[in-house]
Write a protein that binds this ligand. Structure first.
Ligand code: UFG
Length: 336
C-alpha cells in the first residue's frame, strides 16, 4: 500500500506542487492547511492532477489536538512541513506572529509526531538563513546570518530539528533550504496565488505583463554584479517539489538530520529575468530603477552538490521554462 504523507501547508504555493509530485511518485498525500494564505479551491485541481482523491483537513499546524486527530484518522508514515508565514517585510512588523506560527507550529508538529511514533520529516527551510554570503556558490556549511525575523524563525526551527535528531536517533529529518522558488505547474492549473500584492519578482512580472500593475521597480541598479541588479538562484517550483520526493526517498535509508540546499546552482540578475519574461509573454515590461530594498543582498546562488549526491536530484527546468510556466498560469487567471 502507498505510504501516506501528511503535507502541512499543502494548499499553498510550494505545498500544492509537492502534493502532486508525491502522488505521481506513488505516495498518498493528505493535506493539512488553515487556508490563511491559500484557498480550498486548489483541492479539486490537486485531485485532478494527482489522479487520486486527496484527503484534506482544515486546521492550524499549531493546534496539537487537531494534529492528533489527523494522525488518528490517517495512517501517516511521514510529514512534509510546508505550513508557515513567509513574507519577509511582514515578519519585521509582526515578529510574534512569525515566531508563533513558524516555531510554535514546528514544535506542535514534532510533539504530535513523537506521540504517534512518526519520525520522518521533510522541512521547508529557506536560503534566507544564510543572509549575505561570503562566497558563491553557497554551500550548506556557510555561516547562518539571516537578515529578517522570517529568516531567524527558519534558523530556530532548523536548530530545533537538528537537536531533536541528536537526542533521538529514530528521527529521519531533511531540512531543505529553498533558494528562489518561481514558476508554476506546467499544466497551468497550479501557481502562486498569495493574498495581496506580490512581493516576489516573477509574480510581479506576471501582474505587470497582464496590465494589473504599472511597472517594475528594480530595487537597485548599482549592486556589485555584472549588470548592477540583484542576482538570485531561481528554481522551478516543480523541480523544488521533485526535490521533496527525492528527500522522502532518501530518508527511507538515512537516520538523523540532513540539511540540503535546493537550488539550480546558477544565478540570474533582475535584468535577465525581465528579458526572459518578456520573451515568454511577448510583451514589454515597463521598469524603472528604484532605491535598494532594505535587507536585500547583492547576489546568491546555491552550491547544490550535496542534494545532487545524496538525493540524486538536480533542477532540470531553466529560467525560460520558469517564465513560460508562470505566464501560462497568469493567462489562466493567475488565481483559483
Ligand atoms: N526585486 C526587484 N523589484 C521587485 C521585487 C524584487 O528588483 O519589485 C529584486 C530583488 O531586489 C531581488 C530579486 O528581484 O534581487 C528577487 O527578489 P524576490 O523578492 O523575488 O526574492 P528574494 O530573493 O528577495 O526573496 C526570496 C524568497 C524569500 C526568502 C528570500 C531570502 O522569496 O522567501 O529569498 O532572501 F526569504
Amino acid at each position: 500500500m502507498a505510504d501516506t504523507i501528511l503535507v502541512t501547508g499543502g494548499a499553498g504555493y510550494v505545498g500544492s506542487h509537492v502534493v502532486v509530485e508525491l502522488a505521481k511518485a506513488g505516495y498518498a498525500p493528505v493535506v493539512l492547511d488553515n487556508f490563511a494564505n491559500s484557498t480550498p479551491a486548489v483541492l479539486p485541481r490537486l485531485q485532478a492532477l494527482a489522479g487520486r482523491p486527496i484527503p484534506s483537513v482544515t486546521a492550524d499546524v499549531r493546534d496539537a489536538a487537531a494534529l492528533r486527530a489527523v494522525f488518528h484518522d490517517h495512517p501517516i508514515a511521514a510529514v512534509v512541513h510546508c505550513a508557515g508565514l513567509k513574507a519577509v517585510g511582514e515578519s519585521q512588523e509582526r515578529p510574534l506572529a512569525y515566531y508563533d506560527v513558524n516555531v510554535g507550529g514546528a514544535i506542535a508538529l514534532a510533539e504530535v509526531m513523537g506521540e504517534a511514533g512518526v519520525a520522518t520529516l521533510v522541512f521547508s527551510s529557506s536560503a534566507t538563513v544564510y543572509g549575505q554570503p561570503d562566497h558563491l556558490p553557497v554551500p550548506e556549511d556557510a555561516p547562518l546570518r539571516p537578515h529578517s525575523v522570517y529568516g531567524r524563525t527558519k534558523r530556530v526551527v532548523e536548530d530545533f530539528l537538528r537537536d531533536l535528531a541528536k537526542a533521538n536517533d529514530n528521527w529521519r529529518i531533511a531540512i531543505l533550504r529553498y533558494f528562489n522558488p518561481a514558476g508554476a505547474h506546467s499544466s497551468g492549473m497550479l501557481g502562486e496565488a498569495s493574498r495581496g500584492k506580490p512581493a516576489n519578482l516573477v509574480p510581479l512580472l506576471c501582474k505587470i505583463a497582464a496590465g494589473e500593475l504599472a511597472e517594475l521597480a528594480i530595487y537597485g541598479g548599482d549592486w556589485p554584479t555584472a549588470d548592477g541588479t540583484g542576482v538570485r538562484d531561481y528554481l522551478h517550483v516543480q523541480d523544488l517539489a521533485e526535490g521533496h520526493v527525492a528527500a522522502m526517498r532518501y530518508l527511507a535509508k538515512a537516520h538523523g538530520a540532513h540539511t540540503l540546499n535546493l537550488g539550480a546552482g546558477r544565478g540570474h540578475s533582475v535584468m535577465e529575468v525581465v528579458a526572459a519574461f518578456e520573451k515568454a509573454c511577448g510583451r514589454t515590461i515597463a521598469k524603472a530603477v528604484a532605491p535598494r530594498r532594505p535587507g536585500d543582498v547583492a547576489a546568491y546562488y546555491a552550491d547544490p552538490a550535496r542534494a545532487a549526491k545524496l538525493l540524486e536530484w538536480r533542477a532540470s527546468r531553466d529560467l525560460q521554462v520558469i517564465c513560460a510556466d508562470a505566464w501560462r498560469w497568469q493567462r489562466n487567471g493567475g488565481r483559483y
